[in-house]
Design a binder for this molecule. Structure first.
Ligand code: ZN
Length: 138
């Protein structure tokens, strides 16, 4: 054991270095284990993700009224979640789909920021707001 301050500092430095090395190796082993587990359970994970996605999606649709906010369409297959003030694409990149659904579900002023639009109404809105991006034809 160290006796002087110098010795103690040296001991501490060495201890930290050793500790970092062990932590790093441990993390690497865990990462590898996790990769293998994901590989072995790929179908199960996919199934779980799908279930999670649809459960969340149906909850969001229900909270937003289960119907297009511009027309009478209420078929869940064509209903899309629309950010009233735009910015949906950027958010999707940042949070990914289930992240956004969770955020929407926990949003205090849900109805002020999000609405349901059917595919047609969504395209009309995009057209009117000139959000057609790469689909622009003229
Ligand atoms: Zn509509």
């Amino acid at each position: 054991m160290p006796r002087t301050t110098e010795e103690y500092k040296k001991y501490q430095r060495e201890y930290r270095a050793k500790r970092r090395k062990i932590d790093f190796e441990f993390a690497e082993v865990e990462r590898q284990k996790s990769r293998e587990w994901k590989n072995d359970n790929r179908d199960q994970i996919r199934e779980y993700d799908r279930t999670t996605y649809w459960t969340l999606r149906f909850k969001v649709l229900e909270k937003l009224g289960n119907k297009c906010s511009k027309c009478p369409v209420d078929d869940f297959r064509v209903l899309q979640i629309d950010h009233i003030n735009g910015g949906g694409h950027k958010e999707l990149k940042k949070l990914q789909t289930t992240g956004i659904l969770r955020k929407i579900l926990n949003h205090p002023n849900l109805q002020l920021e999000y609405q349901l639009l059917c595919v047609n109404c969504n395209w009309i809105k995009r057209w009117e707001n000139k959000e057609y991006g790469s689909y622009r034809v003229h």
